[in-house]
Write a protein that binds this ligand. Structure first.
Ligand code: PAF
Length: 286
């Protein structure tokens, strides 16, 4: 029978740093999975990957105020630490680092990390302060949890590029591991924000992944023109209805460089509002 042990919840940076140093001192490899909680199977797959590659697994749970604009959902973002800890116990997580806002941003805090061009288009254009908030909190988390490897989901494609840039530029001694997006059986990418969708919106939201799959099939059949692919995606989304497209972008894989023709590994990125809920997703095509 599998033994299930609840992870130890740690509240202060000093304590979690000690845990990590003690483990590394005796040669244990430490993995960290940064999250904002409200954990779903996507997060848990990152924990499984960390468990597979590391000896000690730390999950951080912190709803980071600096990555939300004033009109966004910071206040109503789900906070469910007890049920998160119960889920993590089933996946072999050793420690949960769940600091308070005051622990992370004490009075007088002023620094902000600007990673440059990778943070500017797409999400960066719509959410101008978002990636500085992400880069700053991830750098802080990796200073407090100086893990050997940090596990992030491909679902937040541009975020993985931002974190990668920050890690490289600032010589952070942590390997970035990007794991595949986990999807519901109907293709919807798992996201904590899916909980905001009512039944009808939840159905319509599958159009995001379906439209990207449609583009993927067209590329497999030989279509190379991005304008044609975008039009096909837009008509699929319009047919489903109730999906207000923010952007559809085709970029060279591993970058945010837009392409006009498919000539190699390409990512299609989509952001759309379904009701009040803003969803993002991406897929590799070509
Ligand atoms: O992807 C998230 O949940 C957040 O952006 C992260 C990386 C935990 C930083 O707050």
């Amino acid at each position: 029978m599998k033994t299930v042990t609840s992870p130890t919840i740690v509240r202060t940076g000093e304590d979690i740093r000690q845990v990590v140093h003690d483990a590394q001192r005796v040669g244990r490899r430490v993995g960290v999975v940064p999250t904002m909680g409200a954990l779903h199977q996507g997060h848990l797959s990152l924990v499984d990957a960390a468990r597979e590659h590391c000896d000690l697994v730390v999950v951080t749970v912190f709803v980071n105020p600096t990555q939300f604009a004033p009109h966004e959902d910071y206040q109503r973002y789900p906070r469910e630490l007890d049920s998160d800890a119960a889920k993590l116990a089933q996946h072999g997580c050793d420690y949960v680092f769940a600091p308070s806002v005051e622990e992370m941003y004490p009075d007088g805090f002023e620094t902000s990390i600007d990673v440059g061009s990778v943070a500017l288009p797409y999400e960066g254009e719509r959410r101008p302060t978002h990636f500085a908030g992400v880069a700053t909190v991830v750098l802080k988390l990796l200073s407090l949890v100086p893990a050997d490897a940090a596990f992030f989901g491909q679902k937040d494609y541009q975020q993985t590029l931002v974190v990668g840039q920050m890690i490289r530029d600032l010589n952070v001694p942590t390997d970035l591991v990007v794991c595949p997006t986990v999807r519901e059986s109907d293709g919807l990418a798992m996201s904590s924000r899916n909980a905001y969708l009512d039944e009808d919106q939840r159905q319509r939201a599958t159009a995001l992944s379906a439209s990207m799959q449609l583009a993927g099939r067209m590329v497999d059949r030989g279509e190379r023109d991005v304008a044609t692919l975008r039009r096909a995606m837009e008509s699929h989304l319009a047919e489903v209805g109730g999906v207000d497209v923010d952007y559809i972008a085709f970029v060279r894989a591993g970058t945010v460089e837009a392409v006009e023709t498919i000539a190699g590994e390409t990512m299609v990125l989509i952001a759309a509002r379904v009701g009040q809920t803003r969803l993002i997703d991406n897929m590799q095509i070509g």
